[in-house]
Design a protein around this ligand. Structure first.
Ligand SMILES: Nc1ncnc2c1ncn2[C@@H]1O[C@H](COP(=O)(O)OP(=O)(O)OP(=O)(O)O)[C@@H](O)[C@H]1O
Ligand SMILES: [Mg+2]
Length: 267
């Protein structure tokens, strides 16, 4: 089964994009074939892999029914990693999805939320990829909802700061709702990844303990440290594994990728 992983948290700046880019690169280096989809109009995955934003290269035309998903796939210079970029036009996706829901009138008003799930069907069939990783925008709007409908795994990055659990029930409740309503009964929480851990403070340790109390084994054993090299690497268009392979941040993402492979049953 193709693993389709949504990297989501409605909170901004928690490390979603950094995690999506770096786990993709590490999975690729471990021999997996990964398709990374940038589903955020900020296009940080796109620039983080060294791509320029250019018109018509995001999935927005596919949402509109103009073109197919496979045409949007770009090869990257990193082993095993392909990318579907984003650009500004994805800003319009939220409005477009709302309009489609309105136009559906008395029909099924939520049918259009299946657009991504449907667009991924040929990829599922062709078995070219082991993992599809989707970087979500910082909201639980209709775009994120369509990702959660297309996905079978949810990975939630949480920052090691005050109240990381604040608001987290919005996304876990949404996941449960999608499952119980059978809109997406396959969706599972693959894990919670703690990011930006600062070993100099007790706060980070307290936060990790609190999150482990709440989520138990769902929390990755690997914790991602706060590291300048990790923050620098996107401006060089490189995942940390290629920017500074022996740095603490790189080692942490490699370990987390190994853990993810086990959690997904892809070993
Ligand atoms: N482990 C880390 N060490 C240091 N800086 C980090 C680390 N992880 C992420 N950052 C930095 O924190 C900021 C937010 O990270 P990132 O863009 O991955 O979060 P995000 O959840 O995708 O944000 P948004 O919600 O805006 O999409 C970025 O500037 C990033 O470089
Ligand atoms: Mg992001």
């Amino acid at each position: 089964m193709l693993r389709v992983i949504a990297i989501a948290n409605q909170k901004g700046g928690v490390g979603k994009t950094t995690t999506a880019v770096n786990l993709s690169a590490c999975l690729g280096s471990l021999g997996k074939h990964v398709l990374l989809i940038d589903m955020d109009a900020q296009a940080n995955c796109t620039s983080g892999l060294g791509f320029e934003k250019s018109p018509n290269e995001s999935l927005y035309p596919v949402l509109l029914g103009e073109g197919i998903l496979e045409e949007k796939i770009k090869e990257t210079e990193y082993d095993g990693v392909s990318l579907i970029p984003s650009e500004f036009d994805l800003c319009a996706a939220e409005v477009e999805l709302a309009r489609m829901s309105f136009d559906a009138g008395t029909g099924d008003p939520d049918q259009h939320l299946n657009w991504l799930k449907d667009a991924l069907k040929p990829i599922v069939k062709r078995r070219r990829f082991d993992v599809v990783m989707i970087d979500c925008p910082p909201s639980l709007g209709k775009l994120t909802l369509s990702v959660l409908i297309a996905a079978n795994s949810l990975l939630i990055p949480l920052q090691c700061e005050y109240y990381p659990l604040e608001g987290i029930s919005s996304i876990t409740d949404l996941m449960e709702q999608l499952k119980t309503s059978k809109v997406n009964k396959n969706l599972e929480l693959v894990g919670v990844l703690m990011t930006m851990f600062d070993s100099r403070t007790n706060l980070s340790r307290m936060v990790v303990n609190e999150v482990r109390e709440h989520f138990g084994d769902k929390v990755f054993r690997t914790v991602i440290p706060r590291a300048t090299r990790v923050a620098e690497s996107p401006s060089h268009g490189k995942p940390i594994l290629y920017y500074d392979p022996y740095s603490a941040g790189s080692v942490a993402y490699e370990t987390a990728a190994g853990e993810l492979i086990n959690r997904l049953g892809l070993a």
